[in-house]
Design a protein around this ligand. Structure first.
Ligand SMILES: [Zn+2]
Length: 332
């Protein structure tokens, strides 16, 4: 994905994010202004003065005191979130084999809605994408809308990444964005509550967040997988937002298929055998995910969904826990 605007900016400057977004960058440690000095950004607060490298046009703005990652991980091009192990030939071959047991039923429609809402608020909304080094499921429509500025960040290099940063310390000034997207990200952060506080901080007044976070899913992303949320637990995570829409992204069918796959794989320790079992499970359970089209709006799905989503508007009010209980919409 590369709009004409982004291409022209890239030609003028070796940094991949737009000049306007660069102006909003701040130190991830102390929030002071940053100054570009050659191939680095330097914090302007004398007591901090931390420098951050720019690697192939991608600034690496990490607070090493709190991040799981170090700046040197990126300077040395070590595996971070996405591993080279994911790129094995057998893995790639099996991944190309259809069918799959992962399905996202709601994202496309939700991103269309998000896009409409953002464009109603601003003619050129700026959107921060956490975990955005690769295009997420259903994002095409919003990501390819030229009037929406897309600031794709991640803790891994990838085809779309324009900035390496950690969602615990987002290196942007308060109220920098009209929208923030976190699709399948918050299960991979050690402190999702801190990350949603950061999302709240960097959103403008009335800014919109869209998040998809797993509920009934097995561990994925190796050691970088920490938390799951029920539909209400997810609502509470965004308690400083007014709900626009929430529900299931994929239902019990996908949850069942994943359980079956991980059940089979747990019998094997060798990587090759596990990969073969994964392929076998895909071939013998993919049909379960199609049942989710039928189940997606049913109350029982919220009690057993593979992943839930939340779309909400930044609010000055905080949803109380007693009010939260009234929002249960499961089968009871
Ligand atoms: Zn600083």
């Amino acid at each position: 994905m590369e709009s004409i605007t982004e291409t022209s900016i890239y030609m003028q400057s070796p940094v991949k994010i737009s000049h306007e977004a660069q102006e909003l960058l701040c130190c991830p440690i102390c929030h002071a202004k940053l100054k570009r000095v050659g191939q680095e950004f330097e914090c302007q607060r004398p007591e901090c003065s931390t420098t951050f490298p720019i690697l192939d046009g991608v600034p690496v703005l990490l607070n090493e005191k709190s991040s799981l990652f170090t700046i040197d991980d990126f300077v040395s091009h070590r595996n971070t979130f996405f591993s080279d192990a994911d790129k094995g030939k057998l893995n790639k071959f099996l991944r190309r084999l259809k069918p799959t047991i992962s399905r996202n039923i709601s994202a496309k429609q939700n991103y269309r809605r998000l896009s409409e809402l953002l464009l109603r608020q601003s003619t050129s909304p700026r959107v921060l994408v956490l975990g955005g080094s690769r295009l997420g499921s259903g994002m095409e429509a919003i990501a390819h809308t030229p009037s929406i500025e897309w600031v794709a960040t991640d803790v891994s290099f990838g085809p779309l990444v324009t900035l390496i940063c950690d969602a615990h310390d987002i290196p942007f000034e308060d109220q920098s964005f009209d929208g923030v997207i976190a699709q399948a990200v918050l299960e991979h952060v050690v402190d999702p509550y801190r990350c949603t506080e950061e999302v709240h901080r960097v959103l403008k007044e009335q800014g919109i967040v869209y998040a998809e976070t797993p509920f009934m899913q097995q561990v994925h992303g190796r050691q970088y997988d920490f938390t799951r949320f029920t539909h209400l637990g997810h609502r509470r995570l965004f308690r400083r937002f007014e709900e626009i829409k929430s529900g299931a992204v994929c239902g019990p069918g996908m949850a069942f298929a994943w359980s079956y796959q991980y059940f089979l794989m747990s019998f094997a320790t060798s990587k090759t055998l596990r990969t073969c079992l994964r392929g076998f499970a895909n071939l013998t359970s993919f049909y379960l995910t199609y049942l989710d089209y039928f189940l997606i709006e049913k109350p029982g799905t919220l009690d057993a969904a593979s992943t839930c989503y939340f779309m909400g508007r930044k609010s000055v009010d905080t949803l109380s826990d007693r009010e939260l209980l009234k929002l249960y919409k499961g089968a009871g």
